[in-house]
Each structure stands twice: as structure tokens, then as C-alpha cells.
Design a binder for this molecule. Structure first.
Ligand SMILES: Cc1ncc(COP(=O)(O)O)c(C=O)c1O
Length: 421
């Protein structure tokens, strides 16, 4: 029998009517991260654009993964999550949620928080349902909503002119209420937020919770940067506010927490009915998540408290934040100090960068920073709906989840900005 590999190739022409791509993905282009990482690689720029740590993951975390594979945790996992991991998550988060979490019914382990977003939206949003996205949003939210047939409705956070703190970006509750209709189903919250680094404080969350409860909505709270919150600011979980546990899905990510973004292990924590719905979607998306890496994350979480790991993580990032802030200030890229996450938004107004007609200024500035200064940053317009993209004309996003050596090299290159300003 001839091998299929040796079968002659078909010479049939592809008819012009051949259109295999579904409408739900047709409008998607390459992400801004792919574009700017390629540009940074091509130009040899220091990449402070894409938010992944370029330093080693902690030894105890890597050792746990090696041991898990050697220990033969290598077959399909339980769909809702490897038992040791959901138990470790219930243990860690029970204390932060102020309740006993049922590891078997209130937690779903996902392929990174990204799948947590996708599965939650699939589980809760019907075609035509509206989902409130606060701008600037993490760019996978609109894609997840539109792929479910939902309709994103955008409400921008606003900051006073000249603002120098991420905390100054606030949500106008009247504007939010005006955007809510009888079709509104879900609100996606991100705290600490990407790209702003805003940490919503308790009073803001209380106002939001009041609207959510009164108008019978559900919240998807993406808290992947939960352990990168800088004192004196505290991370408040909206699920812990009165009436909110029942209507909140909270997402976390081992990638962010243990500097292993390539592992793609995340989790959704939710009351039983919401977790059950997410599991119904999840069981048909990946079915289950990598078993040895779930085992490793379980061990890492068990070890985190005795090692005081979470405090170490936020202290480490705080030092990097302050270091990059002082460089940005020195060269006149007015930074808006974040209270959380590993991102800094800067005001680029002072840069005399030419913009070609039809090009967005933030894109032109980030290209110029990458090509001329040799330090890549991300233009924030993709974090906004088209109607509001002009709001980012004078903004750029840097990340500081990089080695001290890389931050030092970026600092050295950024000095050249002083000559062109
Ligand atoms: C706000 C936010 N949510 C979710 C994710 C994705 O998390 P994961 O890598 O666990 O899929 C990211 C990654 O950058 C993010 O910034």
C-alpha cells in the first residue's frame, strides 16, 4: 500500500469561493506583543514591551516540576484540577477570601488565566449578551467575548490631565450605570490591572459591587497580579465584599505568581454553580491541564508560605519598579506610578516623534523608542476600543519584570532621550 506521504499532490485549483475561515476570527490580527517583540528582536532593542520575566524561575519551583515528571504524574489530570493543586489553592486562598473553599467544587484549574477568561465567558455569556469591559482592558477580553457571540461594551477609566499615579485613573460610576442595559450579563474587572498597574481600592470596589448586586450582574475578576501589590496599598478581592462571593469568578495564574509564564497553569475560584458552569465549558476546551505542572504548582504553593515567597516577590518587583520609575523620570518620560502589576504607563508628550498620516501616535512613539533609542515599549491603543484609542496617543507601556542587568542596559539607552528632547 503506498504511503500517504508519497501520494501525488493534488493539482486541483482552489476555487475563488473557498473561504474556510469563520467570521469570529476573521477580524483578528497579530497581537501588538508579537509585532513589537519581532521589532525588538530585529533591531536588537532591550525588550521592555512584553510582560514575561526574563529571569530564572525559583529553584524550588523548577525542582518541583522535575520531581513531578520523575514521579510519574504524567497521565491526564482530573478535569477540574489535580487534587493536590486544588487542595493547595483552597488552603492559600481560603485565608484571603475569609471562607473555607471547597477544593472539589469551587475551583477549576485552567490553561493559564487565559483559558480561565475564555471558559468563564463561554460558560456565562449567550449570543447577544453584553459584557462591560473597563478601558484600558487586557486584550484577550474582547476576543473572548466576541468568540462567545457576546457584545463588548466599553467604559473607559479616566485620569485628570498630568496625572502621575495609576491610582488617579478612576471609574465614573454614573458612566458605568449608563452603559448597562437589560442585556448586560457580565463585567470584567482587572485588579491589579494591565496595562495601568491600577489597584482598585476598597471604596471603589464597594461602589462597583453595589451596582453589580443591584443590577444582577456577574463579575469576572482577573487578579493574576494579586501578589505584586506595593505597600501601603493592599489588594482587595471584590469577591470578599458583601453579596459578591455568589456573583464573582476570581482568576489567578501560576505563570505570574511563580515566574513560569510558559507553564500556562491558572485557576478560577467561584461559588459552586459558577464553577460548575465553567467546568462544563472547560471539559470541552482542553478537558484537563498538564498533570506534572499542576503537581509542581501544588508543591510550590505549599512551600510558598513557609518561604515567605509572596512577600519576597512583591519586594523584588517593588525594587525594580522604583528603579525604572527613577530612570523614566530622569529622562522626561513622565511615569504614572503603578500600585501593582509589573507595568508602568508613561506620558510621552515630551518626545518630538514624527507621526505619518494614518498612524497612531502611540504606535509611532513605541516604534521610535524601539528603533532609535533601542528600548521596546508597547503602545497601549490595543487596550482600547477603536472609539477610545485616541486616549492613548501620548502613552506607552513599559514592563519591569526583567533582570537588573537588562533594566540597567535599558536605563543606559534611555539616557539618549535627553539629547533629542
Ligand atoms: C491581565 C492579564 N490576565 C491574564 C493574563 C494571562 O495569564 P496566563 O499567562 O496565566 O494565561 C495576562 C498575561 O499577560 C494578563 O496580563
Amino acid at each position: 500500500m503506498p504511503s500517504p506521504l508519497s501520494a501525488p499532490r493534488s493539482n486541483l485549483p482552489v476555487p475563488s469561493t473557498y473561504d474556510p475561515v469563520a467570521a469570529r476570527v476573521r477580524g483578528f490580527g497579530a497581537t501588538v506583543f508579537a509585532e513589537f517583540t519581532a521589532l525588538a528582536n530585529a533591531t536588537g532593542a532591550v525588550n521592555l514591551g512584553q510582560g514575561f520575566p526574563n529571569f530564572s524561575a525559583p529553584d524550588f519551583v523548577k525542582e518541583a516540576a522535575r520531581a513531578a515528571i520523575a514521579g510519574d504524574f504524567n497521565q491526564y489530570a482530573r478535569s477540574a484540577g489535580h487534587p493536590r493543586l486544588v487542595q493547595a489553592l483552597a488552603q492559600v486562598y481560603g485565608a484571603h477570601f475569609g471562607r473555607t473553599l471547597d477544593p472539589m467544587t469551587e475551583i477549576v484549574v485552567t490553561v493559564g488565566a487565559t483559558e480561565g477568561i475564555f471558559a468563564t465567558v463561554q460558560a456565562l455569556v449567550d449570543p447577544g449578551d453584553e459584557v462591560i469591559l473597563l478601558e484600558p482592558f487586557y486584550d484577550s477580553y474582547p476576543a473572548a467575548v466576541t468568540m462567545a457571540g457576546g457584545v463588548p461594551v466599553y467604559v473607559p477609566l479616566r485620569a485628570p490631565a498630568g496625572s502621575r499615579r495609576a491610582a488617579d485613573w478612576t471609574l465614573d460610576i454614573d458612566e458605568l450605570v449608563a452603559a448597562i442595559t437589560p442585556r448586560t450579563k457580565l463585567l470584567i474587572l482587572n485588579t491589579p490591572s494591565n496595562p495601568l498597574g491600577k489597584v482598585f481600592h476598597r471604596a471603589e470596589l464597594a461602589k462597583l459591587a453595589e451596582v453589580v448586586c443591584r443590577l444582577n450582574l456577574t463579575v469576572l475578576s482577573d487578579e493574576v497580579y494579586e501578589w505584586m501589590v506595593y505597600p501601603p496599598v493592599e489588594h482587595v478581592r471584590i469577591a470578599t465584599l458583601p453579596g459578591m462571593w455568589e456573583r464573582t469568578v476570581t482568576l489567578g495564574s501560576a505563570g505570574k505568581t511563580f515566574s513560569v509564564t510558559g507553564w500556562k497553569i491558572g485557576w478560577a475560584i467561584a461559588p459552586r454553580p459558577l464553577a460548575a458552569a465553567i467546568l462544563m465549558a472547560h471539559q470541552w476546551i482542553p478537558f484537563a491541564v498538564s498533570t506534572p505542572l499542576q503537581e509542581a504548582v501544588a508543591v510550590a504553593l505549599e512551600d510558598a508560605a513557609p518561604r515567605d515567597y509572596f512577600r519576597w516577590l512583591s519586594d523584588m518587583y517593588l525594587a525594580k519598579r522604583d528603579r525604572l520609575i527613577s530612570v523614566l523620570e530622569e529622562v522626561g518620560l513622565a511615569p504614572m506610578t503603578p500600585d501593582g502589576s509589573y507595568f508602568i504607563i508613561v506620558d510621552t508628550r515630551a518626545l518630538p516623534v514624527p507621526v505619518t498620516p494614518g498612524e497612531r501616535r502611540d504606535v509611532a512613539v513605541c516604534r521610535w523608542l524601539t528603533q532609535t533609542i533601542g528600548v521596546a515599549a508597547i503602545p497601549p491603543s490595543p487596550f482600547y476600543s477603536e472609539a477610545h484609542q485616541h486616549l492613548t496617543d501620548n502613552l506607552a507601556r513599559f514592563t519591569f519584570c526583567k533582570t537588573d542587568e537588562m533594566l540597567a542596559e535599558a536605563a543606559r539607552r534611555l539616557q539618549t532621550i535627553k539629547r533629542v528632547r
